[in-house]
Write a new protein. Structure first.
Length: 164
């Protein structure tokens, strides 16, 4: 991690700039420009917003809840965020690797729990159950040997899961 201090600092700088600094100045710029170029020169609007302070207060009171609702809708009510997540997964091989690894672990854990419950109840494990576990182990081991971070095998595995 220490050897990547320049790139890590660059990443943190960009996050700080784009998420916080630029957001604050963009909001301030929008308020100033819209008030002094549009509202101040329109008598009808000037009667609604007699000063810049009133304009900011009214916009914040109406705008913040409205933007919270839009953000909520983006994440919870529309397919916008789902599409963003899919694109991120497709373009980030490490995320695809995490998803495929967790799915393989889930499948193996469910099989192992089933077998442990049988053993706890003093039941015998059948030959077919044992063969299922051995087959699953070989399948996952083979998959792990063939994949690399640079290829799309994890993403293909992810798509197969999504189709089921």
């Amino acid at each position: 991690m220490k050897k990547n201090i320049v790139f890590r600092s660059w990443f943190y700088f960009r996050q700080g700039w784009s998420v916080y600094f630029a957001f604050f100045f963009a909001a301030l710029n929008t308020l100033i420009v819209t008030y002094y170029l549009a509202i101040e020169n329109a008598p009808f609007l000037k009667s609604i917003f007699p000063s810049f302070t009133y304009y900011v207060v009214i916009l914040v009171v109406i705008g913040v809840p409205l933007l919270v609702a839009v953000g909520y809708a983006h994440y919870k009510q529309t397919s916008g965020y789902k599409s963003e997540s899919e694109i991120t997964s497709e373009s980030n091989p490490y995320m695809a690797r995490m998803v495929s690894n967790s799915e393989m672990l889930l499948q193996l854990n469910l099989k192992m729990i089933h077998l442990m419950v049988k053993l706890t109840n003093d039941e015998k494990i059948s030959e077919s159950e044992l063969n299922e576990v051995i087959k699953l182990q070989a399948e996952f081991k083979n998959f792990d040997l063939k994949r690399s971070i640079g290829d799309n095998k994890d993403m293909d595995f992810f798509r197969q899961i999504d189709e089921k």
